[in-house]
Design a binder for this molecule. Structure first.
Ligand code: GUE
Length: 293
């Protein structure tokens, strides 16, 4: 068997074309252009690149984006006052604080400052908690992108055995909750899991977000499984690889995402989606057509 390679770039392109149409229609109808504010603290090269990619993606679909760059020495009160200003600015619909933050800044305090209605990353505790009860304002972009990829590939989720490898707050845990909400039987493995293979071999859908190259080898994968690789690792030779040994696992899986070109492009797409949803909600609220969130 050779797996179908899930084309994240193609799925993302189709979704972004739809978003462009929706944004143009929304602008024509309301006069409001959706706007994302990205806050970048420090000068980490990878973060700068990601932020530049997000800004370009916004422009490509007709959204405004503003990047606010703060020095790595920025204090917590300084960062919070920048967030407060974006919260109060009615022309801003989405706010994203690029992670990771410099070590002296407390991540939770920063994320909890973002208005829930503008938390397009879905990282605010209110949105995280919403995943537990199945009613979130914004779903986090990477798990949301994984779910969209599965839907676009018409892969059934209900009743499937889903194994998530990696228990991070931004990928593993929310992915598990979102797929459980879709009636999957979900298991979460992490760095302390004993005998990882005994769990992964049972997976109909294996989602890997551990940040370790070659963590998942072919003998750990069930024949015909759907393998979603969320890992992004830069090797010493500069190559970007996921957490899955792509060349061996593709011979055993039914579907597999490549890295790059799999989940990554969907993450930014769902950020754009969430920003449009935020802009719509803000117009609805201003017109009193919906209860404020
Ligand atoms: N507040 C916050 N929100 C985030 O969503 C967030 C963040 N901080 N910090 C960093 C991570 C990482 N992340 C990626 C998004 C897109 C790709 C992506 O498009 N990757 C491409 C290109 C990969 C490459 O060549 O570098 C691909 O996989 O094909 C990757 C990684 C969002 N993150």
């Amino acid at each position: 068997m050779s797996a179908r390679i899930i084309d994240g770039v193609g799925h993302a392109r189709r979704l972004r074309a739809d978003l462009s149409t929706d944004i143009a229609e929304f602008l024509a109808r309301t006069g409001v252009q959706p706007k994302l504010t990205v806050i970048l603290v420090g000068t980490d090269a990878a973060s700068r690149l990601y932020v530049a990619n997000k800004a370009r993606a916004c422009r490509d679909v007709g959204m405004q984006s503003v990047t606010i760059e703060l020095p790595a020495s920025c204090t917590l009160p300084e960062l919070l006052s920048v967030i407060d200003a974006a919260n109060e600015d009615t022309t801003v619909h989405g706010i994203l604080v690029q992670l990771p933050l410099p070590a002296h800044l407390p991540v939770r305090a920063v994320l909890e400052r973002i208005s829930v209605a503008k938390d397009v990353d879905g990282f605010h505790m209110y949105n995280v908690g919403g995943l537990v009860v199945g009613s979130t304002v914004f779903s986090p972009c990477t798990p949301f992108g994984v779910q969209k990829l599965l839907e676009a590939e018409q892969i059934p989720i209900a009743g499937q055995n889903v194994v998530v490898v990696g228990a991070s707050n931004i990928v593993g845990k929310p992915t598990a909750l979102m797929l459980m909400q879709k009636d999957a039987t979900v298991c979460i493995c992490h760095a302390k899991t004993r005998d990882l293979a005994q769990f992964t071999i049972a997976a109909d859908i294996l989602v890997v977000a551990a940040g370790r190259p070659n963590l998942i080898l072919a003998p750990m994968v069930k024949t015909g499984a759907v393998v979603i690789d969320v890992g992004i690792n830069r090797l010493p030779d500069g190559r970007i690889v996921g957490d899955v040994d792509f060349e061996s696992v593709r011979l055993k899986a039914s579907h597999i995402t490549p890295v790059p070109g799999g989940v990554g492009p969907m993450t930014i797409t769902m950020l754009l989606h969430n920003t449009l949803v935020a802009a719509r909600a803000s117009v609805d609220e201003a017109q009193g057509t919906k209860a404020p969130q």
